[in-house]
Design a protein around this ligand. Sequence first.
Ligand SMILES: Cc1cc2nc3c(=O)[nH]c(=O)nc-3n(C[C@H](O)[C@H](O)[C@H](O)COP(=O)(O)OP(=O)(O)OC[C@H]3O[C@@H](n4cnc5c(N)ncnc54)[C@H](O)[C@@H]3O)c2cc1C
Length: 446
Amino acid sequence: MSASTRIPVIAQPFVSERAKKTLDLVEEFVEKECIPAEAVFSAQLGEGEKRWQTTPAVMEELKAKAKKLGLWNMFLAKSHFKEGAGYSNVEYGLMAEILGKSKVASEATNNAAPDTGNMEVLAKYGNEAQKKEWLAPLLEGKIRSAFLMTEPDVASSDATNIELEIRREGNEYVLNGSKWWSSGAGDPRCKVYLVMGKSDPKNTDTYRQQSVVLCPADAPGVTVHRMLHVYGYDDAPHGHGHITFKNVRLPLSSMVLGEGRGFEIIQGRLGPGRIHHAMRTIGAAEKALEWMIARVNDERKKTFGKALSSHGVILEWIAKSRIEVDAARLIVLNAAIKIDQGDAKAALKEIAEAKVLVPQSALAIIDRAVQAYGAAGVCQDTPLAYMWAGIRTLRIADGPDEVHLQQMGRRENESRKKEVIAKLKWQQQESDRLLIASGFKAKSHL
Ligand SMILES: Cc1cc2nc3c(=O)[nH]c(=O)nc-3n(C[C@H](O)[C@H](O)[C@H](O)COP(=O)(O)OP(=O)(O)OC[C@H]3O[C@@H](n4cnc5c(N)ncnc54)[C@H](O)[C@@H]3O)c2cc1C
């Protein structure tokens, strides 16, 4: 059954014939080219310091194949950007799910974070010179980029805390401060950082203090101190950098959109791209289920004389996982459809639902698959341990669950309380009226 025949019924009216063809091509490319190439990618990366200086040749080969197949920049939705491949968010959502089954597929098709979000920023807010210098090579997959917001010394889930100083001096900006979790900064091809800092810390409007500037990765005064590990994985060559800025001087032309507009940019950056991780995570969950099914039917590995799939509890794991993947997919596609019909702002609720629910469901599914493998599940012999580590971070990265839940809870409460209270009050009164009219005593005092 090809991917285009598995599109959920609810999403079918929103998927064009062209997108269906591409979806099947994506599946073929991921399953037959990308997943088998992952071992070569790891082998070419090698060990030790070399991992940060190497661009595995197999990646460039995959990129050339993907380009030839027309599988390139599908993430830039046609309703919001002219630079992309011309698909909607829901169409890309289905493709991204499949890309999420392989750790090399997103980059091979130039749909990898954080470049995707950064390209969205440059396409939406960059001026012509900035687009020419940075967006054009990013769209071609010639360079990579990083987005630097989080800082080691402040609670960064509240972005008003960000402290890096962007001070104007004559016709230059001078940057001082530190950043960490700068994903992608380890890659030798990472040439530009989008840096968020404070250009006007005394502004009484706390949402107008921040700006975003474009900083070449090799600017004097920039030091990449170390790469942070995720549960022991270094994620090379991409990496998560801890970087300091000491009197880094940038021309005024480095400012994106304008001084004091940093918040606007980070909110815009997390527009359609906000659910790309969730889209890919559905693929990871689906892959975990595939691996689980393979293990529980392994004839060589029976327990108490039976294949694992003969034990009721295991069938329940499979069934629960199927329900959870399918439900999570519907939540993601619903958010994508809502974005397509308006914009990300109109879909805040749907986006938050996807961002919170999908990683939690996927983690539960991957955990069951790990359990089904026994000790093999926690080591490097299956993709499960690495997938679990990566997806666990999504409950923190790009805003912790609690922040999304708090905002969502507040909006739900505010938007509904008046109407709900009024309705329930009316129903009580009406119920009393009907009781009295029928010769009974009113009950609203209960
Ligand atoms: C793998 C990975 C990649 C990342 N990539 C990038 C990147 O490329 N660029 C970048 O700038 N950053 C990146 N980050 C950082 C990420 O965006 C931050 O970690 C995240 O925003 C949380 O900020 P913090 O770590 O400072 O946690 P804090 O802000 O200190 O929060 C700590 C905890 O407090 C709790 N909390 C926060 N707010 C509330 C609330 N309102 N109610 C209840 N509890 C709350 C949450 O449980 C939260 O996890 C990455 C992180 C990871 C793990």
